[in-house]
Design a protein around this ligand. Structure first.
Ligand code: IPM
Ligand code: MG
Length: 359
């Protein structure tokens, strides 16, 4: 039976980059026997404008019914003044929690062709290939109570709660151990166990599971040190597992090591490997509509979808190879452009990937 993919282009550059990823999916359907159906829906600021909510019920319903979701990006300056409950970002958080997408995989892979684009010296980053596994439905992002209250003397106080249950820690840790088993068998768990009780428990729970994965070498690191190590010697890491907020921050650092955040895909998975796939970068409103956004992170997100949800690893590999080919050809969107490349726009880059897939 064919699988259902829900396409959520979203805001800013979202529609432009998703259109290129859809071309890639259509090519796989037409020429490589991929059996999927695609449906489109509104999400983010555009959905708020059209329906009064960034995650309309119809979109959520389609997302629940879909086997996989491809999302572009949400947000933009025109929605920044909205109440936090209806800001475009709430759509992302809503999809994550409503669909229980607790395991967020954020690879940081440096394509050899782009070593010069990193802000670190090539010898420090060349060959970098790590995976950050970020807990995505718990921690301080969702903990209750939260809000802004007025104290007795009239001063306001903002508060959020960092909570983790053992079961939440265990499921994300197991997901990371299994990924480490398929890679270099090294897992680093990142916490702030020296200060925060919730992450002291995190460290204990992760340690308790280690005996179930004797082939994985487990280490622990405090988050401040991890941030430093990521820019000092990033290649020491294979798989890193961490909390929702630490993962948010560390994955941006890791992304920048690769030269362009425009190259990095991500997957957010539930317990059955149903997933939402999206580029790590945001909606980039400053370049929206100009046809210059890099579609490769979204296209590589399709590769992750093929690998993790659709069980089509050979097709995923084809996409990875095709992306490698267009980089070898020297094609560069402005974000990854350097002197020796050929500057291309969003559509030309997408077309080149489709052509490379076919040949
Ligand atoms: C991310 C983003 C989101 C997050 C925002 C847009 C809600 O930064 O996916 O990393 O903080 O999780
Ligand atoms: Mg982030």
């Amino acid at each position: 039976m064919s699988k259902n993919i829900l396409i959520l282009p979203g805001d800013g550059i979202g529609p432009e980059i998703v259109a290129e990823a859809v071309k890639v999916i259509e090519c796989l359907q037409a020429e490589f026997g991929l059996d999927v159906m695609m449906e489109h829906a509104d999400v983010g600021g555009g959905a708020y404008d059209a329906h009064g909510h960034p995650l309309p019920d119809t979109t959520l319903g389609l997302a629940r019914a879909a086997d996989a979701i491809l999302l572009g990006a949400v947000g933009g300056p025109q929605w920044e003044g909205l109440d936090i409950a209806v800001r475009p970002e709430r759509a992302l958080l809503g999809l994550r929690s409503e669909l229980a997408l607790f395991s967020n995989l954020r690879p940081a892979v440096l394509f050899d062709q782009l070593a010069g684009a990193s802000s670190l010296r090539p010898e420090i980053v060349a060959g970098l290939d790590m995976m950050i596994v970020r807990e995505l439905t718990g921690g301080i992002y969702f903990g209750q109570p939260r809000g802004v209250r007025t104290l007795e003397h009239g001063e306001r106080q903002g508060f959020n709660t960092l909570v983790y249950k053992e079961s939440e820690i265990e499921r994300i840790a197991r997901s990371a151990f299994v990924i480490a088993q398929k890679r270099a068998h090294k897992l680093c768990s990142v916490d702030k166990a020296n200060v925060l009780e919730s992450t002291e428990l995190w460290r204990q729970c992760v340690s308790d599971l280690a005996s179930d994965y004797p082939d994985v070498e487990l280490s622990h690191m405090y988050v401040d040190n991890a941030a430093m190590q990521l820019v000092r010697a990033p290649k020491q890491f294979d798989v890193m597992v961490t909390t929702n907020m630490f993962g948010d921050i560390l994955s941006d650092i890791a992304a920048m090591l690769t030269g362009s955040i425009g190259m990095l895909p991500s997957a957010s998975l539930d317990a059955e490997a149903k997933g939402m796939y999206e580029p790590i970068h945001g909606s980039a409103p400053d370049i929206a509509g100009q046809g210059v956004a890099n579609p490769l992170a979204t296209i590589l997100s399709v590769a992750m979808m093929l690998r993790y949800t659709l069980s089509e690893p050979a097709l995923a590999e084809r996409i990875d190879v095709a992306v490698g080919k267009v980089l070898d050809q020297g094609l560069r969107t402005p974000d990854i452009y350097s002197q020796d490349g050929t500057r291309v726009g969003t559509v030309a880059m997408g077309d080149a990937v489709v052509l490379a897939l076919r040949t």
